[in-house]
Write a protein that binds this ligand. Sequence first.
Ligand code: 5GP
Length: 137
Amino acid sequence: MSYDENNIFAKILRDEIPCSKVYEDDTTLAFMDIMPQAPGHTLVIPKEPAETILELSPEAASDLINKVQMVAQAVKTAMKADGITLFQLNGAAAGQTVPHIHFHVLPGSILGARTHASEMGDPAELEKVAARIRAEL
Ligand code: 5GP
């Protein structure tokens, strides 16, 4: 599978389009999902270019899961969530819509939630939630 350098997350990584950042280091970026399925819905992506987890190097995969754990803890605390759902889709056939591997960190349960939200989040609200999560990191 060839990586599309112009996918929306590649553009976010190059700062070509804005996002509400929660966390960034040399290998990882975490930011608010623009169409949150619940308040606090956060995405965690590696900087290594890979469409799905199957193309990601083992080193990047293991680093990514550590960052996902760290962000999930912060989301849980910031959103006062009793539970956190992690999910990660690989390939269009699995429902993946953005071809750069990403983990969803979702406060609460995915059961009963739509697979994809259909409403854009209010940017000011997303930024407010991002600040709450950043304060826990
Ligand atoms: P997937 O279906 O590929 O697992 O999830 C892609 C997610 O990316 C969706 O939840 C969608 O709301 C989110 N998304 C799509 N475009 C953008 C964007 O431009 N900015 C941000 N922050 N999230 C996006």
